[in-house]
Each structure stands twice: as C-alpha cells, then as structure tokens.
Design a protein around this ligand. Structure first.
Ligand code: MTE
Ligand code: MO
Length: 395
C-alpha cells in the first residue's frame, strides 16, 4: 500500500462484544452463541467486513450514477431512490466467502483475514429493486452486450487494489431477475442503514457471496465484462489445491469468480471443548446459495458415523426457490448410553445441511482447501465432554 494514506480516525461506534479479526480496516464477527440467539441478527451484532475506512457520506449531497450500456444514463439522489421506485423488503443473510477460513488455515495455511464461524448474519433489508432502476435507465439487451452490473463503492484506499475504491459485479441476468430480489437497500432491520453496513445505499444481492453486495454504492456501470476490480479478478476465487503463490498468476483469468454461495452449516452452541451435563441442546445455522432452501440438517454425536435430524427454525415461505434467509437448527440430547457407569465421556458433534437441490457439505476440509481460504463448508465438528450427573460428587 505504498504511497496511499488512509485514515481510520472517523470510524463508527461498534459493539464492544465483537470478536475483532482485523482492526483497521474493521473486520469483526459476533460470538457464535450470540449469533444464533435470534432469527434476525440485531444490527449491532451483524458481522462487519470492510476493506478500507468507512466513508462519511452526506445523504443530501449523495448521488448514485448509472452508466454504460443503458439508453438513459442516470444520476439519482437518495430521495429519487426512495420516492421514484417501489419499496421492497426482504429477509436475506449475507455471508463472507471467507467464513470459516481460520479452520481451513489450521489444515494448511491460507492467506486472508482469519474468520471463525460467524462471518454471516441474517437481516431484513428495505430498498428498491436494482431491476427497476436499470429499467428506468433503459438497460440494453443482452444481445447488445449488457452482461454485467458493475458496482463501485465510495470507500477509497483498499490496500489490495492500490487504493482504488472497493468494486465487484454480478450478472445482468441476476440483476434483472424479478425473483432475484437484488436490492439497492437504504434500510436494515427497519431502520436507516448504518455506516458500517453501507449508509446511505448498498447493494444486497441475496444468495450470492457477501463480496458482491457493494456498500456505499457510488456507481453502477452496465458492461459486457465483469468488474475489473481486484476483488472480482483476483480474490474470491476457488483455485485447485496445486495453485500456490508461485503459479497463481497463470490461474487468475481461467478461474471463475465466485457468485452463488454454496451450502453451509455450523454448530454455534456448545462451544468446542465444553464440559456439559445432560440434557443439553445443540444450536447452529444452515444456509445455501441461489435461494435454495435448507430442507434438512443432520446432527451426529459420533463424528459422523450415525445421524439424526435436527429441528429447523426458519422463515415460513412454503416451497420456494427464493429463500434468502438462514435456517437455524437445534437438537437436544437427553441420553447417552456410553455415559452409563462412567464419570464422563468425550464425543464429537457434527452437523451437515442439505438443500432443495440435495446439495450437501463435503466431509473434509482437505478436499476443498484453496489458497485464499474461501468457501470452507466442510462438515462442522465440535468436541465436547459429557459429564455424568449421577457421579457429580466423584468429580
Ligand atoms: N464498498 C464496499 N462494499 C463491500 C465491502 C467493502 O469492503 N467495501 N466488503 C464486501 C464483503 S467481502 C462482504 S462479506 C460484505 C459484508 O457486508 P457487511 O459488512 O454489511 O456485513 O460487504 C461487501 N461489500
Ligand atoms: Mo466477504
């Protein structure tokens, strides 16, 4: 980042309970047990993933620019966005592609901000449809090359990209899909979106990795090509396990950039290495990409030899292919035969989710290991010790 000066003196107030993975730029996740306390994550607990200082944007001076392959380039004020287009509210989770990166690094070192299991959260988002704005701008047809909606943020100084603002793109197909629910959001959980999450306006591209939901949105360019940003062309790609820092350049262009999320689940309670008495309840989250609903979460108490179904707590949307929220799950253990006559026993809890398309999670991290440590969605395991209540006095 030579020659680029950025200041972190004007950062917003943050929840003191966050687990901070990187201080400046700010990257933080809630504690896992806090994460699964409610279906909608309270705004102050919602994970934050920034690549640069948080811009301080004057809402009355703010404008959104739309250009490129459109018949009518636009400059819209925040008031235009709020009054000219229908307001839509959706429930959607955002998840960083780096979620569970630390665990991938434990197998073999990867590069990137270390994240535990909580770099995802679930919120309601209010705003207008990106589709409506692009129709207003008279977006060209796909035949004319209108393939990608390229977003730029107003956060300058991303060290990875030589100080340029953060940028990313999604396909026009997703942007224009009436069922795709891509929003330009000015509200989060019923309130004005706050600075950390993109005030005054951000993209919410549900079902897609968090990296594409560009915050502090400055400009949208309709282009034949994907965003030229580092975060589209270099980062957020899954390379095969033979790609390392000596040969990665050869693979940058031929490795697709990540869009839809894969299937994911993790146990948030109990914490690893807890000692517990029966009965106790396992709680966690499950998510999938592309609007695919979680149909089932399996829980194992023996490291994945045998399984049972967990109880699911999600949004009641019926059969649906645009399920953007997460699904929480819980499973209560009342009996453990191998505990009888013993003071304690160690068990390995495992979870794995299944979605509408019968996608499920890979067992081993080694099979999906990649240089940047993205999309770690292997089975999540938690080792715990179960103590025998009846032998309490012996301990
Ligand atoms: N302008 C801008 N948009 C951004 C980012 C950023 O650093 N700058 N980070 C991206 C990444 S990698 C993720 S995971 C999500 C995180 O959104 P959140 O901080 O609201 O949780 O925002 C995305 N949008
Ligand atoms: Mo991310």
């Amino acid at each position: 980042m030579e020659g680029i000066k950025v200041s972190f003196e004007n950062e917003p107030y943050r929840d003191p309970d966050f687990i901070i993975n990187h201080k400046a730029p700010f990257n933080a996740e809630p504690k896992p047990d806090v994460l699964v306390q409610s279906f909608i994550t309270p705004t102050e607990k919602f994970y934050v993933r920034n690549h640069a200082p948080v811009p301080d944007i004057c809402p009355t001076a703010y404008t959104l620019k739309i250009d490129g392959l459109v018949g009518q380039p636009l400059t819209l004020s925040l008031n235009d966005i709020k009054t000219k287009f229908e307001k839509v509210t959706i429930t959607a989770h955002l998840q960083c592609a780096g979620n569970r990166r630390t665990a991938m690094s434990e197998y073999k070192k990867v590069k990137g901000v270390g994240w535990g299991i909580a770099s995802l959260s679930n919120a309601t988002w209010g705003g207008c449809r990106l589709r409506d704005v692009l129709l207003h701008a008279k977006i060209f047809s796909k035949e004319s090359g209108a393939n990608h909606a390229v977003f730029w943020g107003l956060d300058f100084g991303c060290p990875e990209d030589n100080g340029k603002p953060y940028g990313s793109s999604i396909t026009v197909e997703k942007a224009m899909d009436i069922d795709g629910d891509v929003l330009l959001a000015y509200e989060m959980n019923g309130e004005t979106i706050n600075r950390d999450h993109g005030f005054p306006l951000r993209v919410v591209a549900p079902g897609i990795i968090g990296a594409r939901s560009v915050k502090w949105l400055d400009k949208i360019t309709i282009s034949p090509h994907e965003s030229e940003s580092f975060f589209q062309r270099r980062d957020y790609k899954i390379f095969h396990n033979g790609v390392d820092w000596n040969n990665v350049e050869k693979y940058w262009d031929k490795t697709p950039s990540l869009q839809e999320l894969s299937i994911q689940s993790a146990i948030c309670v109990p914490a690893p290495n807890s000692a517990l008495y029966l009965p106790f309840t396992i709680t966690g989250y499950a998510t999938s990409g592309g609007g695919r609903k979680i149909e089932r979460v399996d829980v194992s108490l023996d490291g994945g030899e045998t399984w049972d179904y967990a109880e699911l707590l999600g949004e009641d949307k019926g059969v649906c292919t645009k399920y953007w929220g997460w699904t929480l799950f819980r499973y209560t253990i009342t009996k453990l035969p191998q505990l009888e006559g013993k003071d304690s026993t160690k068990i390995k809890l495992v979870c794995r989710a299944w979605d509408l398309s019968s996608n499920t999670q890979p067992k081993d991290v080694k099979d999906i290991w990649n240089l940047r440590g993205v999309m770690n969605n292997c089975w999540h395991t938690v080792d715990v010790t179960i103590l025998n209540q009846n032998k309490k006095s012996n301990l």
